[in-house]
Ligand binder design. Structure first.
Ligand SMILES: [Mg+2]
Length: 333
């Protein structure tokens, strides 16, 4: 037997967060609404009125606060809590997601939810007794909320999702730098072999535009070793430093190399520690695939810098596929 009295007595802790999580399960179902409203307390909270969050589904109230899963008639809940619909804010899943992504907290968003004295009784000064407001939404949850919205985009309500994306523009920026001949040149060669015999060697710049002939294979052994005689390309390294310093964005070094360690080691010597992704493949499509996965995670805008025109070409194809995403590519010469 559910005791409504308990819900209104224990209206503390995590009600905004619990209701916010709950409504995400009803994305696209307009019958479900997240509600932020004012309720009258019971028991130890008798005599005060305070902000509370719950989910309504038709004539039912779903309350998952304080780790419980309760379901009860809406009429009863409204009567016991003396809830006035005109004081309530109602949100569909989509609308709620928009507020979450924008505010980065679970609510309340459009009301204070501050406790109000009903008669002459004192408001309990133990603030912990009442629902914690504006609990920060963790990034991992923001990603989930965004993805739930994004999945929906493919079926309905496109306009809303475009807006969702706009909301995410800040703090979802991604900067991607190639390493070899973009940030530094070094004495690393790519050895051209035919039937296991070395016939030529290319520097990364030459390799970037090289058209392989039949029977040729490539040996990248120099790229698995500590970087030899590195010479930084100052203009681009300065840009990287600036990106790292600014914060609020993801900065990644995306390299065809098989091992990231030599690059990490090199960056250490110049006092920066960017995140390095080693693809282990010179196929330009691999870089494009990696960037596409970031687009699907919601990154936008994305900046990509590389000295290989083949890589730039592969990544540029994503512009057509995702016309809504701001993707800026720069060929380093
Ligand atoms: Mg390169």
């Amino acid at each position: 037997m559910i005791k409504l009295k308990d819900i209104l007595t224990e209206a503390k802790g995590d009600c905004y967060q619990a209701a916010g999580r709950l409504i995400m399960n009803f994305m696209g179902e307009n019958k479900a609404k997240l509600v932020h409203g004012m309720v009258n307390g019971q028991g130890s909270l008798k005599g005060i009125r305070f902000g509370q969050a719950w989910v309504e589904y038709g004539s039912k109230i779903l309350d998952h606060s304080n780790g419980k899963k309760q379901e009860l008639p809406k009429k009863l809940y409204y009567a016991m809590g003396d809830i006035n619909p005109r004081e309530c804010k109602y949100y569909t899943g989509t609308k709620a997601a928009k507020w979450m992504l924008k505010s980065k907290h679970w609510g309340p968003w459009q009301m204070s939810g501050n406790p109000i004295k009903l008669q002459n009784e004192d408001i309990p000064d133990t603030k912990g007794e009442l629902g914690k407001k504006k609990i920060r939404i963790q990034n991992i949850d923001l990603d989930k909320i965004f993805m739930k919205g994004r999945k929906k985009k493919r079926t309905t309500d496109e306009g809303m999702m475009v807006k969702l994306k706009d909301v995410l523009l800040e703090g979802r920026m991604l900067s991607v730098f190639d390493f070899d001949d973009t940030l530094a040149k070094s004495d690393s060669w790519i050895y051209v072999t035919i039937d296991g015999k070395e016939v030529d060697k290319l520097d990364p710049g030459e390799f970037a535009v090289y058209k392989p002939k039949d029977g040729e294979e490539f040996d990248f052994r120099d790229f698995d070793r500590a970087i030899q005689n590195p010479k930084i390309i100052k203009r681009n390294v300065d840009l990287l430093r600036k990106q790292l310093k600014k914060g609020g964005r993801k900065v990644t070094i995306l390299t065809a190399r098989r091992l990231g360690a030599p690059i990490n080691q090199f960056f250490k010597t110049i006092g920066i520690h960017p995140y390095v992704v080693a693809l282990g493949s010179n196929d330009p499509q691999k870089k494009a695939d990696w960037i596409e996965a970031e687009i699907l995670k919601g990154y936008d805008p994305i900046y990509f810098m590389d000295d290989s025109s083949k890589n730039i070409k592969a990544v540029n194809k994503l512009k057509k596929k995702y016309p809504d995403v701001k993707l800026v590519t720069k060929l380093v010469k």
